[in-house]
Write a protein that binds this ligand. Structure first.
Ligand code: TNX
Length: 535
């Protein structure tokens, strides 16, 4: 307690108080925000828990981002967010700059050890009037969290609240983590080749919806798309054409690494697939000793499946496979290697089993965990390998009984290459049509017990699509629904509620120049439409 013994000391105290307050930042603005509701934001995937506090956070030219600096990846997450805020609003938000004196609101992105370490993608977002705090125990979790933040930054600023433009972010709390650890999309670059730029654009949109895997189907009958330095003819010959007969293409190892790094910056893993022993015509044309179907292989431009096989009995074939897996594994930082294994219709069953057993060992020798399409479960493989369910319910039961983990890609629900309906411009229909609601309304655990499911994946086979616009027509909007099935628990998924949130993805997809299929089931919102409402 201070005793005031004289008027002099009272003056001294008053003087001190005034000087202290003069060195403080200017008084905080008082903004009277309109009532907000965080719970009603159009978030996809829907988070685990949302609590609204109905106030506003002003994102504007007085906002700054600060991140943990001593933990790998956090500052990059802050920079990524700043970049996305710039492209959505035009505002340049400084990241980790301590010398600015005009800051009014702050976004803090921090590592928190109190969040469960076993949930590497969990995050918590606290939005208060002056501060947004994003906590995660990993940079990956923080990256997922900033996607949530990106989604709740409004399309348009409020220009009447204060002197400058303000983007009002609703306040509250989001507690979130994914249901499945593997949330993938697959792109077939073998039937038609897609350039590095196209793949990057696909990755950009997938990462906004919290996908964490892109599986690249790199080889098939019609094309071999990844450079193998020890076997150069694979791409020289095997990569030269594609379905329909136009010239094909391939990724050099450098280009593949560029894709891997681009994906890694978005916390997405690349899973490479070298499909075998079937779907190997392009390899056998390049090096005919590989061929096991007794015919002379020729470049193939059609779409029929199931006619090719490696010769499963030759040691030289396994020496070749060893080289391929070694080279691809060396440029793939992720833990998985996909060996295909589907539709080997001209490989005898006992030869197929012998083949998969041997190839699994090679994959393991190069430090990777094997994934194969559901047929591989019939081989004598280890429970650490993973089976990808696409068609064979019996195969998947066998995999479950062997203790293998399953990636769910049931063709009748999750195949992005199926037509939406009979009017679809592209796509196949061997398993039927998959409209936008059918793609969303299903649950992986109705096929196999939850504990066996590692996650889900939506494959996009490319027999009928040859450029990025066609790719986007089949992938969007359905892939957005698969993002939610992979992330959000069943109790929080509901078509009627989802369909409104999906409609509101219109402005984002427009901004990204994504040529999505405007499904008539959805009342699409556009940025132009929103501007009209505002006026
Ligand atoms: C089946 S799914 C295939 C692919 C085709 C696809 C077309 C799977 C493992 N194999 O080779 O491209 O159908 O929908």
């Amino acid at each position: 307690m201070i005793k005031l013994s004289s008027v002099g000391s009272l003056f001294a105290i008053l003087f001190t108080i005034t000087t202290i307050s003069c060195t403080q930042p200017k008084p905080k603005r008082v903004i009277n925000f309109p009532e907000t509701n965080l719970v009603e934001e159009n978030l996809i995937p829907k988070p685990l828990e949302i609590i609204s506090t109905n106030d506003g956070f002003a994102l504007d030219k007085y906002t700054a981002i600060y991140t943990s600096k001593d933990v790998e990846g956090f500052e990059e997450v802050g920079n990524f967010l700043a970049d996305k805020i710039k492209s959505k609003t035009g505002i340049e938000v400084p990241v980790n700059i301590d010398t600015i004196t005009t800051i009014e609101t702050v976004i803090n992105i921090r590592k928190s050890d109190t969040l469960d370490q076993n949930l590497p993608e969990a995050y918590q977002l606290h939005i208060a009037q002056d501060t947004i705090t994003l906590h995660s125990s990993t940079a990956t979790g923080a990256f997922r969290g900033i996607q949530t933040l990106r989604q709740i930054i409004p399309e348009m600023s409020n220009d009447t609240l204060t002197k400058n433009k303000v983007w009002v972010i609703p306040t509250g709390k989001i507690i979130d983590s994914p249901q499945f650890e593997y949330r993938g999309a697959m792109l077939d670059v073998a039937r038609h080749f897609f350039a590095v730029e196209d793949v990057k654009k696909y990755i950009d949109v997938l990462s906004y919806y919290k996908f964490n895997v892109l599986h690249l189907h790199l080889t098939d009958d019609q094309g071999w798309r990844i450079e193998i330095k020890s076997w150069p003819k694979l791409t020289e010959i095997g990569g030269s054409t594609e379905v329909g007969g136009k010239s094909g293409g391939f990724y050099t190892q450098e280009e593949y690494t560029d894709i891997v790094n681009y994906a890694a910056a978005r916390h997405i893993l690349i899973v490479p697939e070298i499909d075998m022993p079937g779907h190997t015509n392009a390899a056998s044309v390049s090096y005919p000793f590989l061929n096991g179907n007794g015919k002379t292989p020729k470049l193939y431009k059609g779409t029929r499946v199931g006619f090719s096989t490696f010769d499963t009995k030759k040691d030289t074939v396994y020496a070749f496979i060893d080289d391929v897996i070694r080279e691809v594994a060396a440029i793939t930082p992720g833990p998985y290697f996909h060996i295909g294994g589907d539709e080997s219709l001209v490989t005898k069953k006992k030869d197929y089993i012998y083949f998969v057993n041997k190839v699994e060992k090679i994959v393991q020798k190069y430090g990777k965990r094997m994934i194969g399409w559901d047929e591989v479960a019939n081989a004598d493989i280890s429970s650490s390998s993973i089976s990808q369910h696409w068609r064979g319910k019996k195969n998947t039961q066998v995999a479950v009984s062997k203790g293998m983990k399953i990636i769910m890609s049931p063709a009748e629900k999750a195949y992005l290459d199926m037509k939406y309906d009979s009017l679809s411009k592209y796509g196949l229909d061997w398993v039927g049509h998959i409209p936008t609601d059918t793609a969303y309304i299903w649950t992986p655990e109705s096929y196999v017990p939850l504990k066996s499911i590692m996650g889900i994946e939506a494959p996009l086979w490319s027999e009928t699509i040859s450029d990025i616009d066609e790719l986007e027509y089949l992938a969007f909007p359905r892939a957005i629904g698969y993002a939610e099935i992979g992330w959000t628990v069943q109790e929080n998924r509901n078509w009627e509620d989802y369909k409104v949130r999906l409609a509101n993805q219109g402005p984002f997809l427009e901004r990204m120049n994504v040529k999505y299929y405007p499904s008539p089931l959805i009342d699409w919102k556009t940025k132009q439409g929103m501007q009209k409402i505002k006026k």
